[in-house]
Design a protein around this ligand. Structure first.
Ligand code: HEM
Length: 315
């Protein structure tokens, strides 16, 4: 993967300071961190965090050696399951904002999709490893007007279309109390010349990129339960790198989601990271633990870290 520049990050605008320590977030946060090496969990006491950082526009899209493969997967999903991966509210302002997003994406995507009369939000989704959501202003709020989401992390796009930011986040434990007002205020104040980015993490027992549904405890498992010995190969750290960019002409907000995932054995030579992950999982309140679908893997994960931690060496 490409080595990124070692330039220090520019100062976040006041009021939008990231509350995520620099060493946790990767690129833009320090020298020589590889793109995709995002480890955004913290061992501090649990709190949902905005974790926003200023986005340098030449890093809006992340392209890596999975580009061709993921674009092929995205095209297949869009052709075969369009109602699950594309959502469009049929209004002129939604089309105008989608066209604006596509103009920006087309200018920087390595291989922009041919424009064959397809909706512009889909063209954006066919050209990038990122998924796209477009939030349209409506009074003091924004609603989800157009989206192409091929790689959802256990949520259903159709349930969110037309919804406000607060309604979109309704299933997220502690969101309303800890993030609802700050995020709404951030969205209102976002300006075209100050795009931002943030990270979100999960631990999944399935590396499928298209994962719309959360496993239900009541459902019979289709795969063997995960044992402690399986954790390194079968549990995946799934990090979403999200960007938020206000579109200058339409006033809409382009929200991108880029999935990076790795099996946990890739962290075996980084004991300090495993320690932090262990503490982050132990710190989760019960409802968040459940929201993150950790019931089936959480205890095994802790045992696996303890087992390997006792044998590992600091790099
Ligand atoms: C500063 C802005 C935002 C913050 C701080 C934020 C924060 C969060 C957090 C903490 C979660 C729970 C993640 C987890 O534990 O797995 C979440 C979930 C989610 N967020 Fe956001 N978010 C932001 C903006 C957005 C925007 C603009 C959208 C637009 C569509 C969005 C869509 C979602 C969806 C669909 C989920 C999953 C909800 C579900 O489980 O049904 N977020 N967000």
């Amino acid at each position: 993967m490409p080595e990124l520049s070692s330039e220090p990050p520019s100062e976040p605008p006041s009021g939008l300071l990231s509350d995520t320590p620099a060493e946790l977030v990767g690129p833009g946060a320090g020298p020589s961190v590889e793109q995709g090496d995002y480890l955004p969990f913290t061992d501090r006491p649990f709190q949902l965090r905005m974790g926003l950082r200023p986005l340098e526009l030449d890093r809006w899209l992340e392209v890596d050696d999975l580009y061709a493969e993921q674009l092929k997967a995205r095209r297949a999903l869009i052709e075969e399951r369009p109602t699950e991966v594309v959502g469009i509210v049929d209004r002129p302002e939604v089309l105008a904002a989608s066209e604006e997003l596509w103009r920006l994406v087309r200018a920087v995507a390595p291989c922009p999709a041919p424009d064959e009369g397809i909706h512009p939000v889909v063209l954006a989704g066919l050209s990038t490893q990122e998924d796209w959501c477009i939030l349209i202003p409506s009074g003091e709020e924004y609603y989800l007007g157009a989206a192409c989401v091929c790689f959802p992390s256990r949520w259903v796009l159709a349930e969110k279309m037309g919804s406000s930011n607060a309604m979109i986040h309704a299933p997220v434990a502690h969101y309303e109390a800890q993030l609802g007002a700050p995020v709404d205020s951030f969205l209102r104040r976002l300006s075209p010349d100050r795009p931002m980015w943030r990270l979100n993490w999960n631990l999944f027992d399935d590396p499928a990129l298209f994962q719309p549904s959360r496993p239900l405890a009541a459902e019979p498992r289709t795969t063997a339960p995960i044992s402690v010995a399986d954790v390194g190969e079968r549990v995946w750290l799934r990090v979403e790198r999200q960007t938020l960019r206000k579109l200058a002409d339409s006033g809409a907000i382009a929200f991108s989601i880029r999935v990076h995932q790795r099996p946990l054995h890739t962290l075996l030579d980084r004991p300090a990271v495993l320690d932090r992950l262990r503490q982050a999982v132990l710190n989760l309140p019960e409802d968040t633990y459940r929201y993150k679908s950790l019931d089936a893997i959480g205890e095994q994960l802790i045992d696996w870290i303890d087992h390997n931690r006792s044998r590992s060496v600091e790099p």
